[in-house]
Write a protein that binds this ligand. Sequence first.
Ligand code: SAH
Length: 328
Amino acid sequence: MSIPSVRLHRDLPGGLRDRIRVVLVQPSHPGNVGACARAMRVMGLRRLVLVSPARAGVLDDPEARARSSGAGGVLDAARVCGSLDEALADVTLAIAISADTREFGPPLRDPDAACAAAVDELLNADAHQVALVFGTERTGLSIADAGRCQLLCAIPGESDYNSLNLAQAVQVIAYELRRAVMRRVPEATGRDAAGAADARGAGAGGAGQGGGGAGDESDEATAATVRATQRDVEQFFQHFEHALVRIGFLDPAHPKKLMARLRRLFGRARLEVEEVRLLRGLCRLIESPQPPRSQLPRSQRPVSQVSSSPAGSSPCRSHFSSDKPSES
Ligand code: SAH
């Protein structure tokens, strides 16, 4: 029995679609950029970000336009950034897409699990933004770029030949992500953003739990759990690195792989907004140690730290609860 085409072709809910971006790091061939736009558009993805493309005018390049084949709207709306940090600043889950599985990279997932984790992220809070990060054609993603991401996703292929063309890789992942979204969004609401709310209710225990790691968080992730953005996490890493140097734990002359390992550790934890504040407060005290506030004479306690709660009831709270992340 044939399936009516209206059921096969339906729209990705706008409320989810607009919070997914495809990031191409240093794309070098305009034709590939156009083909990526086409691959995205067919699967319902609209947000394309280019990081330092080899050619400045790539979005208007005739070959890019030709290969986009009617998906020129994706190219029109595309953003060009000078760095991956800039492209990911407001992102809460970045997934590095690479055939190269590295020792100190983020935890590795297959496309099924990575896309389930992406949908979990989108459904857990409206503020969450997901990025799919692809590497440059010749050399792929650098270790540093992969280290900016919380998950690593490889499309399994032959052990001796597994490198796809960039646009083909975008196609596979966009298709898998579309399938993961549609599994969770009821068909009746698939045409509008309201589908996201319905899917959120259906989310716990659904496809998103299959991947483990970033996707395996049904016990703790609720609509109230808001992940920190990449920008906030990067500021924390800088602050933490500074603090570790201050106490001699990190030798800037011989950093080895310490920060890469810590990035991996915190990447697994998937820090929340409040947790980043807590850690920034901790970094500040590593840099300028103070005794617990209950041991300070009252006259020396900062006004904001003098509270009516009994001393010791929340020994750490006074040091971080009102701390806002600084720009250091
Ligand atoms: N020689 C490069 C090929 C890069 S292909 C390398 O070995 O990495 C350009 C991009 O397509 C890659 O950076 C990656 O984002 C994506 N890609 C290609 N094949 C892939 C695969 N099997 N799994 C995941 N991503 C892949």
